[in-house]
Design a protein around this ligand. Sequence first.
Ligand code: ADP
Length: 493
Amino acid sequence: MPSSEKLRILLIDDEKVIRDGCERALASENYEIHHAENGNKGIDQLKEDVFDIVLLDLMMPGMDGFSVLKWIKSNQPWVMVIVITGFATVAKAVEAMKQGAFNFVSKPFTPDLIRLVVSQTAEQRLLVSETAKLREESHLDHATIAKEQSRLNSIFSCMEGAVMVTDHLGTVVLHNPAAIRMLEVQTDPVIGKPLSDSILDQGAQQMVSEAIYKGSSVTREFPPGTISRLFLRARCAPVRVDDGKTIGSVTVFEDITTHKKIDQHKSEFVAMVAHDLRAPLAAIVQMIYAIQMCAAEDNERRTHLLNRISVRIKDQLQMIENLLSLSRLETGSLVLNLEPINGNEILSQVVETIQPKAESKEIELKFEPTQEPWRVSVDLDQMQVVLTNIVDNAIKYTNNGGRVTVSASVNNSLGRISIADNGIGIATKDLKNIFDRFFRVKGKDTRGITGSGLGLSLVQKVIEAHNGSIDVESEPGRGTTFIVNLPIAEASS
Ligand code: ADP
């Protein structure tokens, strides 16, 4: 036997001489032999141990060979059965083979015959077990490969970045679904066609050729309008095999539109802050100079200049306050110190603060309080910043000689503050964006009006932190009304 492991054989025969004869005949071979003297004992042994071959006497008292054969076929079908039949009972042997026996020997038999039959059966047993093992291994391999492949496919399909793979001639051999979306590819199918069919931009094609030609990675950025409507960053890497030969390229495209917008906002913001902090300071320095030089004796002029200085300084302070509050809101470190305050009082203070600015533009700034005091539970500093921003905007975006009315009312459990102006108004298309950070309406009416685009986004966040809401209605050329709703404080608070 070629196997290093011994094949295990069980001899089930009631005649001891046959059992011993068989054992002797097979002793020189590489078998491990066990005996059972009847069918029942044979099955007991089969239940306890694993056997490869059973030599089975068909004619035994008690449980006969056919019953044992039946048990083996239904419980241990891998066991090869050789039946031993009496002389002139070949028909029985044939019947046994029909029922699943592999071979037979008829008594009396020579040692050579039994060796031959057992050896043939052993070979078959070995063959069957090797085949089963191979089948199992190949099944496992296939399963592992299939699993690995489906895992890679899922990763590839789920990747947010667009991936395009080409061969060394620039023909697309693979891409993921994101590539079609992000690169706005119209070709169908993409695979098997030149990359230039899917990506019209020449810069992108050059990038791939360069990576393949140089054999090193190339990174490029593609602004909107080149490959697609998005701002893309691409990294194209050559694909090399073991001998160093380049067989293609893999390009990963990343959508950096948002990053670019944030970058742009940041630059605009830094420029704006630098400008908005410097310009009023320069004006203040000039006004102080004017006071020193020529207005020292002129009381009226001095008062006028001091008022203007005070307005500019308040503007500066408000802007710095906005920046600080927004940064506190963003870092989550803004803590509201809530206290019950009469809404009329806060509003009249805000109106009073902004009155000089209104006067400088000859704008009529009116406050219409409720008759009865109404109390809201608010953080006084934050609420002042919020209301000052809205009223200040109303003055800022209303032409000289206009009108701004701040009014309060109470409706059920809500305190309602309305800030209405008859200024330049806001176009419907811009209304939905005015609470966005850094958003400013750009147009001829707003040209020359400075601002950060931060005020309203801060206003909205702070009001929401007070469980309130803010709405806006506007008509270009006719004016704008902001409505702030704040929950009325409980009587006990
Ligand atoms: P800014 O610092 O530019 O005033 P805001 O966040 O306070 O920033 O406001 C965002 C934009 O909303 C402003 O740039 C302006 O275009 C518009 N806006 C705000 N309030 C008014 C208003 N009362 N009338 C017209 N436009 C306004």
